[in-house]
Design a protein around this ligand. Structure first.
Ligand code: UD1
Length: 421
């Protein structure tokens, strides 16, 4: 196992390009199951999760090939298969094959994901929605088995919570169903819009793009896709927060600033100067260095402040001038980074779903442990800002979601490397 070593306390400077979004690449890869033929996906990040998804596709007879950031997916020889526990436990997003397989083959078998580091994360909304579309779902031996005797039937489905992957699964199932499906209280994250655009390009009929009501008029077949993955807004946000935390200045390129609006508003509130262009964001220190203002955040579904940038913002707030209140409303156990940040000298108190962060004048390096993907990136940010050496173990979490992390931070002037534990 590798660990990440950081010699902190250096101000980050320069430019960093953003990769394609992991959370868009995963559903888009799954969506290729909907049409036989050769699909081309551009701007695919080379990550452990995208590799896992393609491995899962391989178990279903799907062939894929990487050529830089372009992935060719050939679904011509799709056959029945299952998403086994060994894969699903490493990546919950494996459940994204349920909808497309139910629609195309009338059968899908996926292991239940079980609990994960950030909460229970059930999938009952996926299952209930598929049942409303006419599928039979059966839970047995830790697997969910979805079967259909005939084509899925359009239905009106109202999600009790705007779940991102449930929305994606159900839209993918509905595009090949007979009749019209109305999906209410749908999530509207940019990654869903990316999926909707891909499906439209494949010949699907979907109304309500970017809204919380998606109306899908089913079609009998779709054509292969040629589609581009959107920039990773969480990766972009992570680099902005890292630059800010080290007191540096820099520019994030190849991103979509519109997708980062909630974060940029909070960064401006801390006193940092943020400039946006069509595809880049520049971050600068205020003219008179007054220190960072403490700012509160509450995580919300898009366009609210993203839960996937909560831990990283907390890392920044450990260095602000007063007390900041960080409220997590999406996941019930997403403060795993707090005890690790405390090891670096952060002053944080948790009450229920709220963390109260009192800024300190500086953090000091320590040995810490990565617990989940975004918690790990908050430790990287804190380690970069801290004086001295920070060692982060269990970095396989980071490799699930950050492409060329060491290279990108090194490019910004960080002293950071991987080492065998
Ligand atoms: C996706 C993202 C993840 C992000 C999350 C919230 C992917 C691959 N992952 O995860 O990075 O943190 O959105 O933005 O895109 N829920 C239920 N029942 C269900 C499904 C969800 O109660 O059947 C609840 C969850 O427990 C959670 C909330 O809904 O409290 C939101 O979760 P959801 O949007 O489903 O997250 P994911 O799609 O798993």
């Amino acid at each position: 196992m590798d660990k990440l070593v950081i010699e902190g306390g250096k101000k980050l400077h320069g430019e960093v390009p953003v990769s394609g979004a992991k959370n868009a690449a995963l559903p888009l890869i799954a969506a290729t199951l909907l049409a036989p033929g050769v699909h081309i996906l551009h701007n695919v990040p080379d990550l452990r999760d995208t590799r896992t998804m393609l491995k899962l596709m391989g178990q279903l007879g799907v062939q894929s090939r990487w050529d830089g950031a372009v992935v060719t997916v050939d679904t011509t020889h799709l056959h029945h298969g299952e998403a086994p526990y060994e894969l699903v436990k490493t990546m919950r997003a494996s459940v994204l094959v349920l909808g497309p397989l139910a629609a195309r083959l009338g059968a899908a078998r996926v292991s239940l994901p079980g609990g994960c580091a950030i909460g229970a994360r059930p999938i009952e909304l996926h299952i209930k929605g598929l049942e409303q579309l006419g599928a039979r779902c059966c839970l047995e031996n830790g697997y969910v088995d979805v079967t259909t005797t005939k084509r899925l039937q359009g239905a009106e489905i109202c999600l009790t919570v705007p779940s991102v992957t449930a929305t994606e699964n159900l839209v993918m199932a509905a595009v090949l169903a007979e009749g019209t499906t109305v999906l209410k209280n749908a999530a509207k994250e940019p990654e869903i819009t990316n999926l909707v655009d891909m499906l439209l390009g494949m010949g699907a009929h979907i109304e309500g793009r970017e809204s919380d009501v998606l109306t899908v008029h089913g079609v009998s077949r779709l054509r292969p896709a040629d589609c581009r993955i959107i920039p990773d807004r969480i990766e972009a946000g992570t680099y902005l927060l890292a630059i800010a935390a080290t007191g540096g200045e820099g520019r994030i390129t190849h991103c979509n600033p519109g997708h980062l609006a909630a974060l940029l508003e909070k960064l401006r509130a801390t006193g940092l100067v943020i400039e946006e262009s069509e595809d880049s964001v520049t971050i600068k220190q205020p003219a008179a260095a007054k220190g960072l203002r403490s700012v509160d955040i509450t995580t919300r579904p898009y366009p609210g402040y993203p839960t996937d940038l909560q831990a990283q913002f907390m890392a920044l707030m450990t260095l602000a001038n007063e007390e900041s209140t960080i409220k997590e409303t999406i996941f019930e156990n997403r403060f795993m980074h707090v005890p690790e940040l405390q090891r670096l000298g952060a002053m944080i108190r948790i009450e229920g779903n709220t963390a109260f962060v009192t800024g300190t004048t500086g953090l000091a390096g320590a040995k810490v442990m990565a617990t989940d993907l975004r918690a790990s990136s908050s430790l990287v940010i804190a380690g970069l800002a801290a004086r001295g050496r920070t060692e982060i173990s269990r970095i396989y979490h980071l490799e699930r979601g950050y492409e060329y992390l060491v290279e990108k931070f090194s490019g910004l002037g960080a002293v950071i490397w991987k080492e065998k534990e």
